[in-house]
Design a protein around this ligand. Structure first.
Ligand SMILES: Nc1ncnc2c1ncn2[C@@H]1O[C@H](COP(=O)(O)OP(=O)(O)OP(=O)(O)O)[C@@H](O)[C@H]1O
Ligand SMILES: [Mg+2]
Length: 317
């Protein structure tokens, strides 16, 4: 049997009738690094808060490490799950040790076990030399590492991070990614949310994509590539905008969708049953439009945008 760390079944959470999470089902396998990806407002934080038992779902079931999350399971979650919230706020006048002590006690460590656990945890995140530093003096990257340190101080089986890369520079992002990979290698299951695919693509083993409260994808990065490969994305630049190339696009049945991405440049979603580039060039040429460049766009960001973009957000058909 496959071991499951988080199981969400038909989860629905409404705010005044608005469905922030809409019949979401997903499974996070033990030992995985599972990404939860979706644009702002997709429902990621709401889902995470339901998993932690902070919010009560309107419908559906959440199980964490085999235990159904309900009103009385707060203590179980605190002891077994580490949580790095989105935009964490910590008292700036406390020093690193004091903050760690508060979290360690809240997460079930006895006062006599605290010191060694705190030192070990700060060592893991590379903050051993900041023990006495005031939190207000830490850099953003150091603060984020402190938040990870508090989340692992009680050696949880499952670590949940909500948008841990926000506000970090590229170097800070790499540091946190390395840290996550190390924690995963030492046996921790990681569930991590982000609205940027780039931040997740090289560390996650599995991915759930949410859009408007619903799951639109679940699988690994390879599956994402296959799922979304029904379209070829072409970037086309023309010499001038009159006549309007979009009029030509709208008449070509092999173009599924299109959008203007900057002056004189368009992104086209083409059927993949054959190569339509020649036909497209001829159609534009015969309408008096000169193409100055044409290239196929195939990075993962495109695949992701395509997955959510083709659900009604684009111009075109
Ligand atoms: N407490 C609340 N009361 C009312 N509406 C809420 C509340 N929390 C979230 N929402 C709404 O629910 C939707 C989902 O919000 P949520 O914070 O879960 O999205 P998200 O995917 O985490 O977005 P982001 O990437 O911006 O963090 C949004 O439309 C948001 O405005
Ligand atoms: Mg959020």
């Amino acid at each position: 049997m496959v071991a499951v760390a988080i199981e969400v079944e038909n989860l629905t959470k409404k705010f005044k009738g608005f469905k922030a999470v809409d019949e979401l089902s997903m499974r996070v396998l033990k030992g995985s690094i599972h990404g939860l990806l979706g644009p702002n407002g997709a429902g990621k934080t709401t889902t995470i808060k339901c998993i932690l038992g902070v919010l009560t779902p309107d419908n559906g079931i959440v199980r964490v490490l085999g235990v159904q999350v309900k009103g009385d399971t707060g203590w179980f979650v605190k002891r077994n799950v580490g949580y790095v919230p989105e935009n964490p706020r910590v008292p700036e006048w406390c020093n690193v040790y004091e903050i760690m002590y508060i979290y360690a006690r809240l997460q079930g460590l006895s006062s006599k076990d605290c010191r060694s656990a705190i030192l070990r945890s700060l060592e893991t995140v590379g903050l051993s030399d900041k023990l006495q530093s005031k939190v207000g003096k830490l850099s953003r990257g150091e603060r984020q590492r402190l938040m990870i340190a508090q989340a692992i101080v009680h050696e949880p089986e499952l670590l949940i991070l909500d948008e841990p890369f926000i506000g970090l520079d590229p170097e800070g992002i790499v540091e946190i990614k390395n840290l996550i990979s190390e924690l995963s290698a030492s046996g921790t299951t990681v569930f991590i949310s982000s609205h940027v695919l780039k931040e997740l693509e090289d560390i996650v083993t599995d991915l759930t994509i949410m859009f408007k409260g619903k799951r639109v994808f679940e699988g690994d990065i390879e599956k994402l590539k296959i799922t979304t490969s029904d379209y070829t994305v072409l970037i086309v630049t023309v010499e001038k905008e009159t006549p309007d190339p979009m009029e030509v696009f709208s008449k070509l049945s092999f173009i599924k969708s299109y959008e203007k991405i900057k002056p004189k440049t368009y992104r086209l979603y083409l059927r993949t049953d054959r190569d339509y580039r020649g036909e497209l060039s001829r159609a534009l040429f015969s309408s008096g439009i000169t193409i100055t460049s044409m290239s196929v766009e195939e990075d993962l960001r495109t695949l992701y945008l395509r997955l959510i973009g083709l659900r009604g957000e684009h111009t075109g058909r």
